[in-house]
Design a protein around this ligand. Structure first.
Ligand code: ARG
Length: 471
């Protein structure tokens, strides 16, 4: 095979190379298997680049028209599943460019003027991720809405609140769910923050040092919607940085990992609550599976998997951040390894969000079981201490008095509210008949009406605030 034939057959980049790659090396270095997913972003970036090249007189208007025509045809081919992705063309960029050139000739070869795959890939990933962040943000809003509705219906439902997984104080189930709304609201804030730093344009950085062509980078940024709140073009301001850093992807994955951690905590609670030993809730059958050996089993597979998949996304964060750490400026091929973890993080978070939006709406609550559990474990002991404080006892002394009363009640297998008044008075003579209201679960709940507290009135106020915020 002559070297000329060899270039044509197996190498897209150059006549410099005198021997073909082995199949193994080709597979090892190619990214088209996964980066073809970026095709839409790649075409959008190319069209914006071509539009600017023509406006700047770097290519002709006829070239630009031919590029647009070719890209329209390629879009159709890909959407119809007729596009032939070739491993020997390495990545999404070279595959699209080769096809474009086959379709429109020299105009296709002019597209790469003033551009490198280094600024091209950095642009593609940002464009792609930007849209995914939007989608995730919308799903986070839906999830919060679903949680707020269940919280509203359950503002008056009492379950034991735990610390150290020991019964601590009674809380409203609505309040408990709204804690997750706060977490997912912060996840959305983080996503929006990452969006700002993702939506910036690397194109024009070329391979690493910028380019000698008179490119209008701000024009390209505006065409691609890479603008800030005031409509000002957002362009990466240092060419070396533009092609090399993937911090936006790391930040995104960190935000995604945290979001999954929130899902994981919620999942852990759902699993516990569904266990017979709690029996607080039931999940709709469509989110559970049975056992092949134990006919009575209904397993909460979806929350278990969400908990498990959290490990993947946390792992991707570790992978990406480690990928970056040893790289000298500017672009290095290491960065090709950013895609699979990033893609999988996006897919995992989106799927988990979609499933939980439905799952949350379908939770059936068992208020009697929750209340029964709240009555175990002396959940209103703090209320008795607070009651004594109101009678003038210093809090530490009140704490001590109640500890004695609880110890006494435990020995007799009774709740504090099961002790007769004269027994309670033997621990402190100021205790009067009104103590029984204080010792009731509902009394305890209603008393915690500080801002952010668990009193149903506070829960309703928070529901209203969230509804307005999420409208
Ligand atoms: N596939 C590469 C990536 O994902 C595209 C850029 C390659 N640039 C290069 N000069 N080899 O990062």
């Amino acid at each position: 095979m002559s070297s000329n034939q060899l270039d044509k057959k197996s190498q897209a980049w150059s006549a410099l190379f005198s021997e073909p790659m082995s199949e193994l090396v080709q597979r090892y270095t190619a990214s088209v298997g996964f980066d073809q997913r970026l095709w839409k972003a790649d075409i959008a970036g190319s069209l914006a680049h071509a539009e600017m090249l023509a406006a700047q007189g770097i290519i002709g208007a006829d070239d630009r028209a031919a590029i647009e025509r070719g890209m329209a045809q390629i879009t159709q081919e890909i959407e119809a599943g007729r596009f032939e992705w070739k491993l020997e063309l390495e990545d999404v960029h070279l595959n699209l460019e080769a096809r474009l050139t086959a379709l429109v000739g020299d105009a296709g070869k002019r597209l790469h003027t003033g551009r490198s795959r280094n600024d091209q890939i950095a642009t593609d990933v940002r464009l792609w991720l930007r849209d995914e962040i939007h989608a995730i943000d919308a799903l986070l809003t839906e999830l919060q809405r679903a949680l707020v509705e269940v919280a509203d219906r359950n503002a008056e439902v009492i379950l034991p609140g735990f610390t150290h997984l020991q019964v601590a104080q009674p809380v409203s189930f609505g309040h408990h769910l709204l804690a997750y709304v706060e977490m997912f609201a912060r996840d959305a804030e983080r996503m929006n923050d990452v969006y700002r730093r993702t939506n910036r344009l690397p194109l024009g950085a070329a391979a690493l040092a910028g380019t000698s062509y008179p490119l209008d980078r701000e024009r390209v940024a505006r065409t691609l919607g890479m603008v800030d709140g005031e409509g000002k073009a957002c362009v990466c301001q240092n060419s070396l940085d533009a092609v090399s850093d993937r911090d936006f992807a790391i930040e995104f994955t960190a935000a995604a990992a945290l979001c999954m951690v929130h899902f994981s905590r919620l999942s852990e609670e759902l699993v516990l609550w569904m266990s017979q030993n709690f029996g607080f809730i039931d999940l709709a059958d469509r989110f559970c599976t049975g056992s092949s050996i134990m006919p009575q089993k209904k397993n909460p597979d979806v929350p278990e998997l969400a908990r498990g998949k959290t490990g993947r996304v946390v792992g991707h964060l570790m992978g990406l951040i480690t990928l970056m750490k040893g790289q000298p400026l500017a672009y290095n091929k290491d960065n090709q390894e950013d895609k699979e973890p990033l893609f999988d993080s996006v897919d995992t978070v989106k799927d988990t969000l979609r499933i939980f939006i439905e799952l949350v709406a379908g939770i059936s609550v068992k208020p009697e079981a929750m209340e029964r559990a709240a009555r175990l474990g002396y959940a209103t002991a703090t209320d008795l201490a607070d009651y004594l404080v109101k009678k003038g006892l210093p809090f530490r002394d009140a704490h001590e008095v109640v500890a004695h009363a609880v110890r006494f009640a435990i020995q007799r297998g009774l709740d504090l509210s099961g002790l007769p008044l004269d027994t309670l008075q033997s621990f402190n003579p100021d205790i009067a008949d009104d103590v029984y209201e204080v010792l009731s679960l509902r009394g305890s709940l209603n008393a915690r009406s500080v801002l952010g507290g668990t009193a149903p009135a506070q829960v309703r106020a928070q529901v209203a605030r969230h509804r307005a915020r999420l409208a």
